[in-house]
Structure formats: structure tokens, C-alpha cells
Ligand binder design. Structure first.
Ligand code: NAD
Length: 251
């Protein structure tokens, strides 16, 4: 098995404590990267680091918990990461929350909250990491979008709205930063078996699976494999792409 696709690379992964983010962190570590994972709280970040270290004590992993939509806070924390590791090569903007409320029940405050994390944080973390990537002469940003960024969603309109915007930010930054040798891509997962999906009733998951040509929901590791490809030199000519990992789901 290939073991050093990300040798000597330093990656920051937001939402790295569980689900898709944790699967990405694990793949990156297995391929030789040093990974700084972000959690919503220091305790959850520390807990994830502890579990990973128990799996393999050689993993180079640490945890941080900046407020992802606060540029000053993120800049300060990323500066410390750079100071400690000397690089920021890969940024994965993965932290996200979903929404299901109808427009009649949707509260203004909840709309602000989802925009803050799913969209503004992608801008903020990118803005904080890009100067280091430019200085290094290369870099890679990967954003977690969603299949609903293609189809929309019949409830919780804030969620697809942010994911459509993430695709726009991805493609725009790819065009702006190509000259600095910084690649920017997004992955658009379909229904993936994480806590986000664990909250759905099993009969709903079965109904959803029946509508997927591959006949099942995705596993976090299957999504993480595409992040690994995009983060590695195998994707050296891939930028501005939004790659679906959804078993050809049609809505
Ligand atoms: P999850 O709920 O298992 O994990 C979410 C992660 O985001 C956690 O690590 C959590 O700590 C972090 N997070 C949540 N609120 C935060 C906050 N306020 N500040 C900082 N971090 C915060 O979810 P998941 O399914 O692994 O989702 C990860 C990404 O994948 C999200 O962007 C989500 O929109 C996207 N996605 C998921 C699915 C799916 O079916 N699971 C499908 C498409 C896209």
C-alpha cells in the first residue's frame, strides 16, 4: 500500500474530530502528513487527538479550537501552527452543520449561524492560510461541499445555500490563486454515514439508499479517499473542481 503520498506535508483540517473530517485526518496521517485538527471545543479536539495517538503513537497530530468565523482568532492560531511546524501546505475546510427547518419556521439567527460556519469560516480560514501558501510557492485548499449544492434541498434552505456558495468560492479562488500555485477544489459528498446521518430514522436511510444507483449511502472513508487524492501530487493539475462522491444520487 502507498504510504507516503503526503510525506512532509502539514495539513489543517476543520471539523476534524468526527465523521468525514476525522476520516480525512486519519487518511492524511496514514500517508505521512502532520495534521492539526480543529474541533468546536478544545476538549473534543484533544479527545480526537488522544484516540488517534492510541491507534498509532507515531501519528504527528495535534488539536486546536479557534472560532472559525473570527478572522483575528484564526489568524492568531494559524500563525502558531506555522511557527511550530514551519509550513501550512494543505487546508481542509470541512466543519459544517446542516438544517431541516421549513422556511416558515426558519429563524433569522439560525440562518446567520449556518452561514457563519458553512460559508464565512471557509473564507476566513482560507484567508488566514493563503499568505503562508503563497510564501511557500505552493498550497492546496479543499472544501467540503455537498450534493445539495447541485440539486438544492426541499427544506432547511440555509444548508444548500451555503454549499452553493462554497462551490462559488472554490472556483473563484482557484482562478485567483492558480498563478501562486495554490490549488482550490471541493468535494460534494452524497448521504454519508456520519453523526449527521445517524440522527435520521433507519427507514429514511433505506428509502434514500433505494434512490442511489449504487444502492447504499457512502462511508466517510470513501469520501476521505477523494480528499487524499486532491491533497496529493496525483492531483497536481486539478483545480477549481467540485467532485461528486455520491454514488450517482439523483434527486
Ligand atoms: P459531523 O456532524 O459528524 O461533523 C461535523 C464536524 O464539524 C465536527 O468535527 C464538529 O466538531 C465540527 N463543527 C460543528 N460545529 C462547529 C462549530 N460551530 N465550530 C467548529 N467546528 C464545528 O458531520 P459530517 O457529516 O462529518 O460533516 C462534515 C462535512 O461534510 C460538513 O461540511 C457537511 O456539510 C458535509 N456533508 C456531510 C454529508 C453527510 O451525509 N454526512 C453529506 C454532504 C456533505
Amino acid at each position: 500500500m502507498i504510504k507516503d503520498l503526503l510525506k512532509d506535508k502539514v495539513a489543517i483540517v476543520t471539523g476534524g474530530t468526527r465523521g468525514i473530517g476525522l476520516a480525512i485526518v486519519r487518511k492524511f496521517l496514514e500517508q505521512g502528513a502532520t495534521v492539526v485538527l480543529c474541533g468546536s471545543r478544545a476538549e473534543t479536539a484533544d479527545q480526537a487527538v488522544k484516540e488517534l495517538k492510541t491507534e498509532n503513537n507515531d501519528y504527528q497530530v495535534s488539536g486546536i479550537a479557534p472560532k472559525l468565523s473570527d478572522l483575528a482568532d484564526v489568524e492568531q492560531v494559524f500563525a502558531k501552527v506555522y511557527q511550530e511546524y514551519g509550513h501550512i501546505d494543505i487546508l481542509v475546510n470541512n466543519a459544517g452543520i446542516s438544517a431541516r427547518e421549513s422556511i416558515y419556521e426558519y429563524q433569522e439567527n439560525d440562518f446567520d449561524k449556518i452561514v457563519d460556519l458553512n460559508l464565512k469560516a471557509v473564507f476566513v480560514c482560507s484567508k488566514a492560510a493563503i499568505p503562508y501558501m503563497k510564501k511557500q510557492g505552493e498550497g492546496c485548499i479543499i472544501n467540503t461541499s455537498s450534493m445539495v449544492s447541485i440539486y438544492g434541498q426541499a427544506s432547511g434552505c440555509g444548508y444548500p445555500t451555503t454549499k452553493f456558495a462554497v462551490n462559488g468560492l472554490t472556483k473563484s479562488l482557484a482562478r485567483e490563486l492558480g498563478k501562486d500555485n495554490i490549488r482550490v477544489n471541493a468535494v460534494a459528498p452524497g448521504v454519508t454515514r456520519t453523526d449527521m446521518v445517524a440522527n435520521l430514522p433507519e427507514d429514511m436511510v433505506k428509502r434514500v439508499s433505494a434512490g442511489i444507483p449504487l444502492g447504499r449511502v457512502g462511508e466517510p472513508e470513501e469520501v476521505a479517499d477523494v480528499f487524499l487524492f486532491l491533497a496529493s501530487d496525483l492531483a497536481s493539475y486539478v483545480t477549481g473542481a467540485v467532485i461528486s462522491v455520491d454514488g450517482a444520487t439523483q434527486v
